[in-house]
Design a protein around this ligand. Sequence first.
Ligand code: TRP
Ligand code: ZN
Ligand code: CA
Length: 434
Amino acid sequence: MRHSARQRALIVAGAALAGLLAGAVPTASAQQAAAAPDIPVANVKQHLADLQSIATANGGNRAHGRAGYRASLDFVKAKLDAAGYTTTIQQFTSSGATGYNLIADWPGGDTSQIVMAGAHLDSVTSGPGINDNGSGSAAVLENALAVARAGYQPDKHLRFAWWGAEELGLVGSRYYVNNLPSAERAKISAYLNFDMIGSPNPGYFVYDDDPAIEKTFKDYFAGLGVPTEIETEGDGRSDHASFKNVGIPVGGLFTGASRTKTSAQVQKWGGTTTSFDRCYHSSCDTTSNINDTALDRNSDAIAHAIWTLSSGTTNPPTGTVFENTADVTIPDYGAAVTSSVNVTGIPGNAPSDLAVGVDIVHTWRGDLVVDLVAPDGTVYNLKPYSSSDSADNVKATYTVNASSETANGTWSLRVQDRARYDTGYINSFKLTFP
Ligand code: TRP
Ligand code: ZN
Ligand code: CA
């Protein structure tokens, strides 16, 4: 159950009066992720112009089974190969024609944690498909090229995909997922889908699926001061459904298709009370059918999500690791609980840079007070209570100066939930001695 900050402030007031809030001062810092680059919208638009030229040279479309599709795929692949990607063409058959997916892996990162971004590259037969879905295809391409330009070395592994035959019913993406062994599916931490992100009369819609992914996108738009809404124009109508169906966390962005923008939406986003995309699935879905501002914002939002979601390694720092991975339920607004590790074989005192790995799953982390308790009972506060921090989960590595503590003995992660409603559990607790 989620509560507004205002509701929560009232709920928590009782707890504060009851003297449950110790004057907590953070004594440790969490690691920060590298910032995403700005994606040049001019480059994204150049890719759209190139896709338009491909359609024009191939009977006016880039549809499954037509020459314009294969030419689109070869165009994207050549750019990725030149940038250092490992590309794979996956072939399938649909409606009696050969279809193709293009998969591009960026070498490096933890291949057991994959952040994937994709877009369908096919158009309908009736037009060049520049908004649907040259826009998503071009933005994902330019993001992949930006990763290469930045020499980005994410903690997680990055994979990009361009799907065939989406317009025939998500055929290419379903083929990819169906042919992925379950052990490989389990390695995909997130699949991000971009289908129609430059609609000429745009709305700013965020898929309402995985909460962490959704929040990442919403945070980006909040930073721009651009209001968003939940995507409702046919959930499951694009390739993310293929991933969601097998339990892979998904998210994505959308600027609207044939539905009409309401006057309330015109108030918040501008534009007119007409279709978000009056050229949806028609011959006028050309390079003139793009709103540059929407394309720009969404391209940058993709970069923000890719950079944010791919950082945060579970690769242990080198050293001696003591870890407890048993789940411990944290009672709602209840007593503190602990997860402990027994440190042995470390001579003398603990280091001044003891790495404390905290992984707590929770639906409102502000509720939580998180402490490290040394063998002699000394308490080091890692995270204070905060009524305003509504984000999910505490997944961080804190650095603690524990040099006055004897290393050997039982160390505990102590967690107390100090406000009602939201709940969770300790997923793991880890100490790393350098
Ligand atoms: N390609 C999709 C289609 O033709 C476009 C679409 C409609 C869409 N509704 C959507 C994409 C919602 C993402 C989310 O059906
Ligand atoms: Zn589409
Ligand atoms: Ca709670």
